[in-house]
Design a binder for this molecule. Sequence first.
Ligand code: 5GP
Length: 121
Amino acid sequence: MSYDPNNVFAKILRGEIPCKRVYEDDFALAFHDINPRAPVHVLVIPKGAYVSMADFTAQAPGELLAGFLRAVGTVARQLGVEESGYRILANTGPNSHQEVPHLHVHIFAGRPLGPMLVERH
Ligand code: 5GP
């Protein structure tokens, strides 16, 4: 899948639409999800044109891979959820229900999150 530069997170990265920013460095931007599914629901996105985790891990330079992963950990620490715990999730591809075609890692926290998936086989 080729990268669509008009996806909503690309527009957020370019500053064309606003976001509630929680963290930014050379590699990543983190902001609150517009439709939170937990008391804490933050999205972390890499600064680069990557559709998904599959695309990112295949194409991104090592410095960006490391910087992005480190940013996810930094954001969780800054949100103060390290001790209580959190879940990270990155939907990738059709079966995952990925809606925005720019890689994003969700950070969920702030309450017991229950089992990983709703059971439906
Ligand atoms: P996905 O289903 O692709 O893993 O998650 C996309 C997420 O992006 C959803 O949780 C959705 O609420 C969030 N989202 C979609 N549009 C916007 C937006 O314009 N701003 C913010 N902050 N979040 C958005």
